[in-house]
Design a protein around this ligand. Structure first.
Ligand code: ATP
Length: 257
């Protein structure tokens, strides 16, 4: 199965606009003055060492926790002022899928469809279960699914309302090699359909295959954001085919205090 690069729409307005995002836990600054934008069709890899602030950033920009300062706009909707309109456009996938113990796979999709008022939910849900290869588990409860299958169910629920903005926090953990390949293709398909996507992962060689852009965070501060080519030019010392791993190591080394 071939992985195709995302089709970018360079003239589109940003679907995700973050300005001066700052998050303090008590007096500890986890994320500081972070600004960036992601346009429809772009897949941005959010990378950084442990504790850099990646999960905190994703939780703030999806409305799970409030930022201390700064603004987040989702498809033009201010997340603080119009949270429902903004959140209607979002799908957020955390590294630990959260499911309902007493709903089957099919009932998860029906419940999600009702909340998001999805037309054609049955048809879309069936397509998603087939795309993710869990259609044969439609009548199973989460307790009867493997970890990877639970993750796939969470993904099916998240994609059901055709979100324009997708956040994924370590989405490949727990998936088998075929599952990883399918997930990557699924991400690229949604980008080609016009979704703006942010993907946080430590698996840099995998990010390299799906991301058009990268944002490097370290101790809550942005070190760099731009296209994969731009980050290579800046941190790879003329080597145009340097891997993202080499670039990442150099970028985080160079910026040591
Ligand atoms: P990792 O790659 O290890 O998952 P991360 O880049 O996702 O790390 P975060 O989980 O966002 O990093 O954490 C950023 C910083 O904020 C860390 O120093 C962490 O200890 C701190 N932190 C995260 N959540 C909380 C919390 N609820 N209360 C206090 N401090 C927190």
């Amino acid at each position: 199965m071939e992985i195709l690069p995302p089709v970018l729409a360079p003239t589109s307005l940003a679907a995700i606009e973050v300005e001066g995002l700052t998050k303090l836990y008590d007096s500890f600054t986890a994320v500081s003055e972070l600004s960036f934008a992601v346009r429809p069709g772009e897949v941005m890899g959010l990378v950084g060492p442990n504790g850099a602030g990646k999960t905190t950033t994703l939780r703030c920009i999806s409305g799970i926790i409030p930022p201390t300062r700064g603004s987040v706009k989702i498809c033009g909707n201010d997340l603080a002022k119009n949270p429902v309109e903004a959140k209607q456009q979002i799908a957020f996938f955390s590294d630990e899928p959260r499911l309902f113990d007493y709903l089957t796979v099919q009932q998860h999709l029906e419940f999600t469809a009702r909340i998001y008022q999805v037309a054609n939910a049955h048809e879309i849900g069936q397509q998603l279960l087939e795309e993710l290869e869990i259609a044969d588990k439609a009548d199973k409860l989460p307790g009867e699914l493997s970890r990877g299958m639970k993750q796939k169910l969470a993904i099916a629920c998240g994609f059901l309302h055709s979100p324009k903005v997708i956040f994924l926090d370590e989405p490949l953990t727990g998936l088998d090699p075929i599952g990883i390949r399918r997930m990557k293709n699924s991400i690229l398909k949604r980008a080609r359909d016009g979704a703006a996507i942010i993907l946080s992962s430590h698996l840099l060689h995998l990010l390299e295959e799906v991301c058009s852009h990268v944002l490097i965070l370290k101790t809550g501060q942005k070190i760099f954001d731009g296209t994969l080519n731009e980050v290579r030019q800046k941190f790879s010392q003329q080597s145009a085919d340097a891997s993202l791993e080499e670039v990442f190591l150099r970028a985080t080394e160079e910026t040591k205090a």
